[in-house]
Every structure is written in structure tokens, then in C-alpha cells.
Design a protein around this ligand. Sequence first.
Ligand SMILES: [Zn+2]
Length: 245
Amino acid sequence: MGDDASVFRTTVRIPTASGDDLEAWVYQPDGHGPHPAVVMAHGDDFGLQLPPRIAPVQVIIIPIFRGEAERSQIETALQQVLIDLEDIRVKVDWRDERPGFKFNEWELKGVPLRIEVGPRDLAKGEVTVVRRLNRAKQPVPLGDLGVTIPSMLEEVQEALFNRARDFREAHTVRLDSLEAIVKFFDTSVGFVVTPWCGRAEDERIVKERTTATTRVILGPASGAGQPCAICGQPATVEVAWGKAY
Ligand SMILES: [Zn+2]
């Protein structure tokens, strides 16, 4: 997995009816040609969720031990695990804190997968893997981690992508006039898709009236001779407008 931090466009906070803000990333996934912007809106009661491709730490390993003997037993077992996972951004948290504290902290940071490993796991030749996505726990044999972890990261990536797409579809409207855009941003949260001629002057006007800016070009204008929603000149592209909070 490459370092795809460059796909970040912007981070926005979206207030929700429940009063808890959602943290959202607008980004463009790689590798599939021209692509609509995807709003990643992944927050829950336990903090953020980072899509594996852009997570600085993809897998956090939490050793669970009492005393030096157990610690060195785990350390030995992890040597091979770290070799098997060398293509993954893995971190082992050896800090002198309670495991529950560490679980909580890494969940808040949105790390996609957590590996818990203690003497009882090692006695069975396995570890416990926990998905940040839904907190599902799964025992995985030590020797399988090199195969299982990358495929679990892919699964999480896909699940978050689908969730983001659903969110985007539910929070995006298509409008065709400046007045409608102004009204939308006065009263609603989300993104507005319009035909646009591409002129910077239009961006200035929209920003002045709504504080929203262009987020991403979605593709060429859908019909020939379609007027720009802002100025009425012929549109060349479809663009998404949104606010950064
Ligand atoms: Zn225009």
C-alpha cells in the first residue's frame, strides 16, 4: 500500500442533527480514472475513522503483559510478525499504560486495525485483531497475519469508501442558479454540484456570498450549450462546491 496522503483535499466538520459533528474528508481516490470527489464522513462515538490508504498508522499492535518474562515472550513473537507486515504501516505501543487506555487512544486516532497480543493468545499461536470500523474481534493465527492483515485493510477501505459514497449521495444537491446556491448554503449542510464555465471570477462571487469554494471538478459539462450556473456563459465542467469549516 502506497502513501496516499496526497489524496487529501480538505477536512470539514459537518454538524448533524444529533449534535455530534461529523469529521469529513473530501478526497479523490486513486486508480480509477476520472472520479467524483468522495466525502469521507466517518465519525462515531469513539472518534474518527481513517481509511487505511491514508492512515499514517494502519495497524497498531498492543502487547498485553505482566512482568519482563511475558514482555520478552511477546517481543520475540512479534519479530517475525513485523517482518511479515513490513509493507504495512505498523506500530507497536510499548508504553507503560494500561491496555484499555491504549485501545481507547488509538481508536480516537482512527487507526483502522488493532492487534492485541498477550500470553494467552500466544499459547494458542494467535493474536486478536479488532477492526476500528465496527469493533469486530477476530482471532488470527500468527503465521497468517502477513496475508490476513492486508486483505482486512482492503475490506475496511472498501467499506469506508461505500459508506462515504452513500453519504455523499445523501448530502449532495444539483442546482443551476447562483440564487439557489446561496439559499442552499444559508440553510443546509453538504455539497452543491453545478455546471460551471471555469472562470475564477465566478469562484470569487460564490465565495463572497456563501463562503463555499470549488472542491473538485467532477467531469465535463453534461450537455452541449449548458449555461454556467453562476454567470450564464457556456459551461465546460461539472463542479462540486462546498464549505470548509
Ligand atoms: Zn461562469
